[in-house]
Design a protein around this ligand. Sequence first.
Ligand code: THU
Length: 161
Amino acid sequence: MTEQVQLTITYEVVSSAQELTPQERQVLQLAQQATHNAYAPYSNFMVGAALLLADGSTHMGTNQENAAYPSGLCAERTLLFGVGSNYPQGKVEIMAVTARRRHEEHFVAACPCGACRQVIAEYQHRQQAPIRFLMQASDGKVVRFQSAGDLLPFTFTKDNL
Ligand code: THU
């Protein structure tokens, strides 16, 4: 017998950064600032990511491209691997990603790629506590996920090994 299953993904569309909590706003603003440090001479797509750890420290990352294209890395993974290397016990409470085109000031929608979602899921699984995730959307809106689990249903984790 075939059973049909419906999957529910929960997220909120926040109409402006003013409606975020002060901590969320701080992380989003850091991600926006970080876009200026992106190294994206090939795509011209400047991505900034930032996060807040439970110890109150904040950290930023950007996409880093390379003439050998696949050698480059997305902002989210640059950030998480750097934080994982320097704060292996760190618990990520809030993470944000934002983007803009090079030479333009306004922010555009930023949507983590599949590989980044897998890495974010790994960190959430590792810390056994949800990562609240903010995605820059168009027109100044922000999409908020209370758990990174909603970014990647059927996540492959170490429990699958
Ligand atoms: N990029 C990110 O940094 N994060 C994502 O989640 C999507 C894509 C970067 C990779 C590349 O440098 C540029 O955006 C265009 O794909």
